[in-house]
Design a protein around this ligand. Structure first.
Ligand code: F6P
Length: 532
């Protein structure tokens, strides 16, 4: 199957994508659903290739795997867990059973507790020891940070509650810089950690508690916790009334829809948070019901498989033409790379193909003035995933939005069409002659024929953001199913954590470097000496 795909990619490598552009292509090679249009016509996928990709999804039994996920079966086999972030946005409350028990009553009860607490904070019924809460600090890392941090920025036009801040890095600079301008007496600290054991989060939480204690009599009273580990949150001293729990079937990187989204809910209000959930639920329904060819997450995933495992392009760039989605690439890095960066299949055998790609990006137009040079003229092909809204949130600045859109479209057009030597010579318009003209023109050639997709959405509202994030979640799922891997564990992060724990006393001078390799031992020596 993989060889077939690679052979096809090789055979088509030099075919100009432009040659595929007949009158029907843009319609045939795109998917419209909800508030979005996903265009993949600027890729080298033709009808036969699409059939091949669809047959791969079928062979991997995608529909059955999808239903197993939605039905709460333990598809995260290495951890023996169900995967049910979709239940967190199942606002209708249709029963979802895990091991024979409907999880929905608990999900909805927790959502309603979160809403009560968020309203209390926003409306001044829950106060700090110095008055109404002005600032909320979410302390978490990875999935307990990236989702709410990304969404809080994305939805800033909807933010009408206390200001939200995010601390993640164990670098003391992060917590210091965030806390410095805040008043402990009017700040709420939310400790977000599924396990409540993560070193970075627990260290920052202790620092924040000490900061709070320097000003207020009862610091714990201004702390809340989001976790699956109620014993540990109690040990930390956080009152159960301000602990919002969730089950182990919510993966960290899929958790922004539940308690981990509390800071976002406080910022934008429970109604907009529900809109976010509604948007995601719409995408869930689409993913479950739409035919494969008209299924946006499925087609986005198949484009990914084509580019990475078929054509061998090792990275993909996510390029939102929306400044407020500045944190989306970082969010997707965790979602995609922690989920699909695996070297063995579900049965433990080594993969015969590459796992998921390196995901990176920046908002346009900023990226255009930084790394697009390589995308246009570098020797490696980087498939680009553009996204842009029809409208912005600044009606007075519609002309700026138009420029933004023009740039987005121009980039995908330039990648598609390129500029050949004759055109490059023409552009030099009599400025050079002979060999110098040739030399100068060669620098100005764009190979073109570089693939991109474009996701167009109506406007970045809570509902649309929910659709976009759920789209990418399901895309990751589909790619994982076709690769035959477990997209829901993350064992690859463990070794570094263990070694860091062992190195801390060595750096403190309380233990010897012992069995460290020569490089690490020397680095330890330098760092210890430099620490004074
Ligand atoms: O180390 C990786 C990871 O486990 C992520 O998967 C997770 O989102 C993050 O750490 C934070 O974990 P926790 O929410 O348990 O603090």
């Amino acid at each position: 199957m993989w060889q077939h795909l690679r052979d096809r990619a090789k055979a088509l490598a030099d075919r100009p994508i432009r040659d595929l552009m007949d009158a029907d292509r843009a319609r045939d090679f795109s998917v419209e659903a909800m508030d979005m249009l996903f265009d993949y016509s600027k890729t080298n996928i033709d009808a036969e290739t699409r059939d091949l990709l669809l047959s791969m999804a079928e062979k991997a039994e995608l529909p059955a795997c999808r239903e197993a996920m939605f039905a709460g079966r333990p598809i995260n086999e290495t951890e023996g867990r169900a995967v049910l972030h979709t239940a967190l946005r199942n606002l209708d409350g249709d029963p979802v059973a895990v091991a024979g028990q409907d999880v929905m009553p608990d999900v909805l009860a927790t959502l309603s507790r979160m809403e009560d607490f968020a309203r209390d904070v926003r409306e001044g019924r829950f106060t700090g020891q110095g008055g109404s809460i002005t600032d909320v600090v979410n302390i978490g890392i990875g999935g307990s940070d990236l989702g709410p941090a990304m969404a809080a920025q994305a939805l800033s036009p909807h933010a009408d509650g206390p200001r939200c801040h995010f601390v993640s890095n164990v670098d003391g600079a992060h917590v210091s810089d965030v806390l410095a301008p805040l008043d402990p007496a009017t700040t709420l600290v939310i400790v977000a950690s599924k396990t409540f054991t993560t070193t970075e989060t627990m260290t920052n939480a202790e620092t924040a508690r000490a900061w709070m204690a320097s000003e207020v009599a009862d610091p714990a009273a201004q702390f809340a916790a989001l976790s699956t580990a109620s014993d540990r949150t109690a040990e930390f001293g956080i009152d159960g009334a301000r602990v919002f729990g969730f089950a182990d079937w919510v993966g960290g990187r899929y958790s922004m829809w539940g308690p981990i989204g509390l800071s976002l809910m406080i910022a934008v209000g429970p109604d907009d948070f529900r809109e976010l959930l509604r948007g995601a639920a719409e995408m869930d329904a689409h993913f479950r019901e739409a035919a494969m060819r008209d299924n946006m997450p499925v087609m986005l995933a198949l484009v990914g498989i084509w580019h990475n495992q078929g054509c061998g392009y090792a990275t993909r760039a996510v390029l939102p033409y929306e400044q407020r989605l500045a944190r989306l690439p970082a969010y997707l890095q965790q979602l995609e790379m922690e989920s699909n960066g695996k070297r063995v299949a579900m049965d433990g055998s080594e993969l015969s193909v590459h796992s998921g790609p390196v995901v990176w990006g920046e908002p346009g137009t900023n990226g255009q003035h930084a790394f697009y040079q390589l995308i246009h003229q570098g020797t490696r092909v980087v498939p680009c995933e553009f996204m842009v809204g029809c409208r912005g949130h600044e009606p007075d600045l519609a002309h700026q939005h138009r420029l933004l859109v023009a740039n987005c479209l121009a980039q995908s057009e330039a990648l598609l069409r390129g500029r050949d030597l004759a055109q490059a010579k023409e552009s030099l318009d009599g400025r050079f002659e002979g060999a110098e003209l040739e030399r100068q023109a060669r620098h100005r050639v764009f190979p073109g024929n570089r693939p991109s997709t474009t996701l167009v959405y109506s406007r970045l509202t809570p509902r649309v953001l929910g659709q976009i994030v759920a789209l990418y979640e399901h895309r990751v799922f589909v790619e994982g199913v076709i690769l035959g891997i477990n997209s829901f564990d993350q064992w690859g992060v463990e070794l570094g954590k263990e070694l860091a724990k062992a190195l801390d006393p060595v750096l403190a001078g309380d233990a010897e470097a012992g069995d460290k390799d020569a490089s690490t031992a020397r680095l330890v020596g330098w760092l210890r000496a430099g620490a004074g």
